[in-house]
Design a protein around this ligand. Structure first.
Ligand code: PLP
Length: 380
């Protein structure tokens, strides 16, 4: 099998897996218990929190563990709206956000009281800093823009936007799920107030999200109960998952430079190889400001779904757009935002390489994609 869908999720690293095991077996204490079994669990969570904080240039007290990126994104949007429930407020986001941001924004709009501006992007998927500036109103309270897109890999000018917003009384959140562990991320440089990450996107375990909240900012609790996660998200900690997240983020940071070079080389060869055989294929996104491992292609006249299924028969995992869209017959909202026609958007596949992919696998993928496309076209 060749797994090339690392933007959907990644395989847990062997080291992170090994780190989890003791906390699932002999070290199963509740981190709130006072005896040594509990204290050990508490200490492990504390260490993981420090590692995560240090990877993004934050303090440990600014890190809140959640069940995932979706939870963290939904929490922030709801919470800001709730905080200003007496006022008519305005939120700025983009039309290429992950559904956990988009749907949360739509729910707030429908609930009344919140007006949302969904900024469009250029044909490479970039948001313009000027557009953000122009969209600001007297009652804008929050801007939520992703650091890097999960379907096309485009990296947004978050630091520039942060610079504009920090001069004003506007909160700034970024969904950095695709970025953390893959490109350098510093909350100070980005000047964000809140940031979301997710462990299963950087070779940690599924079900562990990270919410950075700048110290001094208020956040209302998501879950009531005990004092876990600074009293904001009660419930017995997912100790093993959190420990794995700490290990995985440290490992990703250590391997980042080498990994980036490898991924970029694989992407370069894949693009070159596919375009050489299929000159009508089109690469979607921004070749310059892009995550190292993601490529999105559209193939005139073919269906992405059909391509994906033919590749699956050969044991190759790629996706049509994002994992959240698949199974629905709707074209990707991200590709439509780039200006692709519905037909072209439906012809797309995303290949996303990760730590465990090799150049040989990239070569296999190139041939398999071209074969699959030719097979589909021959039937037309
Ligand atoms: C995967 C992803 C999420 C959701 O994270 P989960 O931990 O799976 O809930 C949010 N935003 C982006 C950009 C993602 O790629």
């Amino acid at each position: 099998m060749i797994y090339a869908d690392n933007a959907a999720t990644t395989r847990i690293s062997d080291g992170a897996f090994e780190q989890m095991l003791p906390f699932l077996r002999e070290q199963y204490g509740n981190a709130s218990s006072q005896y040594s079994l509990g204290v050990k669990a508490k200490r492990a969570v504390k260490q993981a929190r420090k590692k995560v904080a240090s990877a993004i240039g934050a303090e440990a007290s600014e890190i809140i563990f959640t069940s995932g990126g979706s939870e963290a994104n939904s929490w922030i949007l709801r919470c800001v709206a709730e905080f200003y429930h007496n006022e008519k407020i305005h939120i700025i986001t983009s039309i290429i956000e992950h559904h956990s941001v988009l749907k949360a924004c739509r729910a707030l709009e429908q609930g009344g009281g919140v007006e949302v501006t969904f900024l469009s992007v250029d044909n490479t998927g970039r948001i313009s800093v000027e557009d953000v500036k122009a969209a600001i109103k007297h009652n804008t309270k929050l801007v939520s823009i992703m650091l890097a897109n999960n379907e096309i890999g485009t990296i947004q000018p978050i630091a520039e936007i942060g610079q504009i917003l920090c001069e004003r009384d506007i909160l700034f959140h970024t969904d950095a799920v695709q970025a953390v562990g893959h490109i350098p991320v510093s909350v100070g440089d980005l000047q964000v107030d809140f940031l979301t990450a997710s462990a299963h996107k950087f070779n940690g375990a599924k079900g562990v999200g990270i919410l950075y909240k700048r110290s001094g900012l208020e956040l209302s609790p998501l879950i009531f109960g005990g004092e876990q996660e600074h009293g904001l998200r009660a419930g017995t900690e997912n100790v093993a998952g959190i420990v794995a997240a700490g290990y995985a983020i440290e490992e990703s940071m250590a391997k980042m430079d080498e990994s980036t070079k490898r991924l970029q080389a694989m992407v370069y060869c894949t693009v070159k190889g596919i375009l050489a055989r299929l000159p009508t294929a089109q690469v979607n996104g921004d070749a310059k400001n892009c995550l190292p491992g993601i490529i999105n292609f559209s193939f005139e006249g073919a269906s992405g779904e059909a391509l994906m299924q033919l590749l699956d028969l050969k044991g190759i995992c790629v996706s049509t757009s994002s994992a959240c869209n698949s199974g629905q017959d709707t074209p990707s909202h991200v590709l439509l935002a780039l200006g692709l026609t519905e037909e072209k958007a439906k012809s797309a596949i995303r290949i996303s390489y990760g730590r465990y992919n090799t150049m040989d696998q990239a070569d296999t993928i190139i041939s398999a994609v071209c074969d699959a496309y030719e097979k589909i076209m021959a039937h037309h």
